[in-house]
Write a protein that binds this ligand. Sequence first.
Ligand code: RP5
Length: 185
Amino acid sequence: MSLDARALVGIIMGSSSDWETMEHAVKTCEELGLPYEKRVVSAHRTPDLLFEYAASAEKRGIEVIIAGAGGAAHLPGMAASKTVLPVLGVPVESKALKGLDSLLSIAQMPGGIPVGTLAIGKSGAINAALLAAAILGGKYPHIREALRKFRAAQTGRVLANPDPSAGTFPRKNGPRKPQKKRKPA
Ligand code: RP5
């Protein structure tokens, strides 16, 4: 496996079709300056790779695993079964059941093998990276400070945009431009 030796966060996903969701975990890691690695690891299509990845992650220096999967989303649970590292599961929104299948597959772990389950989709992917930062922040003060900064900036954006008709939270680029009025038909 060609993976980043400096990575603290391992971001895995069941399919390249999960990227649209999981790229938000990657972007958030980048925003926080968290060293990460990313790759497709499928519980069903590449089970041997999944076992190898999860079993070797700790030795390779990974401290938190973020695993995103959809449908019969066994990746986070199976990864958790092969490591004592914290595993954060992101339910990817499936076409058939809107991610409820993914959510239940990831959340309903048997007692003894926990997976920290996040929200379905983009919010879950962002929050998985933030939670990884919170976990790592206990050991790495600069990561805790990066998280503090992220939160302060987010709060600042909300306070700077109190008018709800000007745009939706959280807009990084300021309030939305006023829309042109449509001519009556
Ligand atoms: C899961 O099956 C993956 O995590 C993905 O969300 C879903 C569909 O995969 P593809 O058929 O798009 O590769 O294992």
